[in-house]
Design a protein around this ligand. Sequence first.
Ligand code: NAD
Length: 363
Amino acid sequence: MQRTFVIVGYGTMGFTHTNNLRTLGVDVVGVVDIDPVAEQEAAEAGLHVYPDLAAACADENVDFLFICTPNEVHRPIALAGLAAGKHVITEKPAMLNSAEIEEVQAAAEAAGRRFIVHQNRRWDEDYLVMKALHDDKTLGDVTFMETRVDGSRGIPGDWRRDPNRGGGMVLDWGVHLVDRLLCMIPSPVKTVYGRLSYALGAPVEDGFTIYLTFANGVEALVACTTDNYAPRAKFHLTGRRGTATVDDWEMNGKVVRRVEDAEPDAVPIVAGKGMTKTMAPRIVDYTKLAKIQDNIEVLPLPRIDSDINDFYRNAIAAAEGAAEQAVSTASVIRCMRVLEAARLSHETDSVVDLSGSDTYLER
Ligand code: NAD
């Protein structure tokens, strides 16, 4: 690939993208950073260090800026890059709010350049597997979905704790989890109810719970915690004929499906200090996967291979006019509007109605 990149912000993600692009054979011509330590590390990695952003923008050999800085400076760096005729890729969250994303997308269109957001978790296997199970109706029509990430290490002690720098878990993980849900459920969002958590006493939210209803009747719960020592399943998908879970990052989980339409009446069992028929568990030996037992079959999760390098390949092909952009800016704006509705819901302790204003977008 003959395209040339400059990395703006040579921290964790700047370093990661530099390595990924170099492995793909893409020319990373240099780096811009404001921290002498990061500049030193870039120089030691054999990268040219520009004195400042203006110098990188003035370099005619540069095709792309890849913004890997803290969130509050994504917007001015993107605008400067586009004004200089560069294509711009930015880390998530694209910007601090939807108005900023709209402004930058308008600047990209005026300049005839691409603006692309690194929504890398659309390539994660848990999401791809759940989307496949949803789309091929393995579980029948999906009615409810829960997606979450649970951590126990609090919010990192850097700019991620600063509300003025785009800190907080909504812009950190909300932009991934809600983004993927919106790509998966082919329907506009109807209502949003959000609760933000401040349990750790930080100036930004340390977690969130967002409840979404969709026009097609599907409902979803999206959650993130940073004070949870017993993580729950990352994905839990309920359909009319079964349930699927992804339990952890290692893709443990299962697909459980009802076999016969008719459900034999359950026998009451002793449970706790009472009797229950409704909640009587299935009598299943989970070591016998795929064997029909008690009117259900238990299947291993399907596996789907994906290559995150396809993100870079697509960005370059889109800039060359040879492919459609895999992550449309419209989809990123849509996600940010839902997150803004969740924050408003928290602040007003009310359900925010988006019916009529939201539109489903495939990507
Ligand atoms: P980091 O703190 O490790 O690195 C940020 C770098 O940007 C630092 O070297 C800093 O000196 C530099 N910087 C700050 N202001 C600058 C400016 N005005 N101009 C040039 N350089 C500047 O942060 P990180 O963890 O690499 O995160 C960077 C971005 O990547 C954030 O937007 C974050 O949300 C995102 N991120 C994405 C993922 C993902 O999976 N997509 C994961 C982690 C972080």
